[in-house]
Ligand binder design. Structure first.
Ligand SMILES: Nc1nc2c(ncn2[C@@H]2O[C@H](COP(=O)(O)OP(=O)(O)OP(=O)(O)O)[C@@H](O)[C@H]2O)c(=O)[nH]1
Length: 497
């Protein structure tokens, strides 16, 4: 953040007014929750910066790639409430300690006004339980950004027992503080900071108790020595010496630092280089309204869309309904943290099916496709074992349409063989003699299975969208039946021709 507001910042910054007009490009920040995001101090600064730098011009604005880095992780500190204090009470009819020296309004109380348990023992009031802290998955939330502006959460303390000093039937257990419930997006993993995993809140409504409120202190009866023996038969809460007073204090709540990590929950992950058309695809087949623009990195955080079931398949097949995630463009080196890449690769973890979106009108679409596959492999080779289909997009453009058959053929050719090649790797240095070599098997792109299908479409012009949908649904059904996937890998369909 410091970098944003230091040297490049114009001196006139303080008098530049923040305008929420077209100058403020919703393309830089996703439109959903835009207002919410701009409520944060740091975001307001960014908005101002944008309004300065986005003077009307045809060139795309410089991307300030700060917020995306944090939408899916946050560190917060929570503290549960302390327990309320109990009190040292006097028996009715006795002068309370607290009222000593003051004129006492003595009320006559009946002996049977004590609250008693079923066995006749006295029930003395307790300090209220401190508020617990619970984190729960809420469908309304879609990012962890808000935790960067507020990272501390304290539950309330339990109520104290009234210290009037006289036990009456009106005294009851003091109120427990309410549980502090913190909503997070579905798919959030909750961990202790640099510690163990506490919960994976993968379903709406999942919750985890992260800090337990302190227990309330107990109350004790303060009695003259000669009455103690008799009363101890009725209740153990009789003050015997000064050390007993410790029990009267409520227990402190606990404070914990937590790491929240969001892993998007989606069945299908859309991957591809920036500008390939992933957001346009998502908007074409779901009700999602992602930000679309003709410059890279429009998408700064995953957009989710719900793909409805296919009614034409009948009730039994209606389960082909799925959630799609448009993941921001990968670039070469993304696995090393270049571009926006690495932050988003983890969001593929929960997906069942990958949809590679390739801009078929670029100079070298096959190279683009290989770049993305390679990045996935470098980040996590397991991603390449996942079923996938390839969408060759922008076939409305002549340069894409003409080479569609050859591109389809080439993509299917990558990965049709399937035997891992043996690679000799030197464990110390490349020019060391063979004696120190270890032979390991490393899979190359060609060694992984080919796509389940390759489809040529234009998501912008709506060309062959139905074919693409059919393939996505078919692949999803196969994902649910793993035996079908392996057989399907051997006979991919070529709907691109
Ligand atoms: N001609 C043509 N243009 C398309 C098609 N699909 C998308 N585009 C354009 O390609 C540009 C990029 O589209 P996006 O959907 O934002 O691309 P993206 O892959 O989501 O980009 P990132 O957000 O950077 O990852 C936009 O200008 C779209 O209008 C298509 O089928 N044909």
């Amino acid at each position: 953040m410091a970098a944003l507001i230091s040297p490049p910042f114009p001196a006139s910054f303080s008098i530049v007014r923040f305008r929420e007009t077209s100058l403020f490009s919703t393309r830089l920040l996703p439109s959903r929750n835009l207002q919410q995001r701009c409520n944060y101090g740091w975001c307001a600064v960014k908005c101002r910066l944008l309004s300065v730098s986005l003077a009307p011009s045809s060139s795309p604005p410089t991307v300030i790639n700060e917020p995306h880095k944090y939408f899916d992780q946050a560190i917060i500190t929570v503290r549960s409430g302390d327990g309320g204090h109990g009190a040292i009470l006097s028996m009715p009819g006795q002068r309370s300690n607290s009222s000593q020296g003051r004129p006492e309004k003595r009320k006559t109380r009946k002996k049977n006004s004590y609250r008693r348990d079923f066995d006749g023992s006295l029930i003395l009031p307790m300090g209220g339980h401190g508020g617990d802290v619970v984190i729960y998955a809420d469908e309304e939330k879609d990012s962890l950004l808000e935790f960067h502006s507020k990272s501390r959460y304290n539950a309330k303390r339990g109520g104290n027992v009234d210290t009037m000093g006289i036990l009456t039937s009106q005294l009851h257990d003091e109120l427990a503080a309410p549980t502090l419930r913190i909503p997070v997006p579905v798919g959030t993993v909750v961990k202790r900071k640099r510690g163990k995993l506490l919960a994976d809140l993968a379903q709406p409504g999942d919750e985890v108790l992260v800090a337990r409120g302190g227990q309330g202190g107990i109350s004790l009866l303060d009695l003259p020595q000669h009455e103690r023996k008799k009363m101890m038969a009725l209740t153990t809460n009789v003050l015997r010496d000064d050390t007993d007073k410790v029990l009267v204090h409520g227990q402190p709540g606990e404070e914990v630092s937590l790491e929240l990590i969001l892993r998007v929950v989606a069945d299908v992950g859309l991957v591809g280089l920036p500008n390939a058309g992933k957001s346009t695809l998502l908007a074409a087949i779901t009700l999602a309204k992602p930000d679309i623009a003709d410059y890279p990195f429009t998408t700064l955080m995953p957009n989710l869309g719900r793909l409805g079931g296919d009614p034409s398949l009948g009730a039994g097949m209606f389960s082909s309904e799925a959630t799609l995630a448009d993941l921001p463009g990968l670039i070469e080196g993304a696995h090393l943290g270049k571009g926006l890449g690495r932050n988003f690769l983890r969001h593929l973890r929960r997906t069942q099916l990958l949809v590679h979106v390739v801009d078929a009108a670029t100079e070298n679409p096959i190279n683009d496709y290989r770049t993305v596959r390679e990045e996935l492999r470098m980040y996590n080779p397991e991603y390449l074992d996942r079923p996938y289909i390839v969408i060759l997009n922008k076939i409305d453009l002549p340069e894409a349409k003409d080479r569609l058959p050859s591109l389809t053929e080439e993509i299917l050719r990558i990965g049709s063989v399937g035997t891992p090649s043996e690679v000799k790797l030197n464990s110390e240095a490349p020019d060391q003699p063979l004696s120190s070599e270890v032979v390991i098997k490393e899979k190359k792109l060609e060694d992984y299975s080919p796509p389940l299908s390759v489809v040529g479409v234009s998501v912008l012009r709506g060309i062959r969208i139905d074919d693409m949908l059919k393939e996505i649904r078919k692949a999803l059904r196969k994902c649910m039946d793993p035996t079908e996937v392996s057989s399907a890998f051997n006979s991919p369909s070529e709907t691109g021709k």
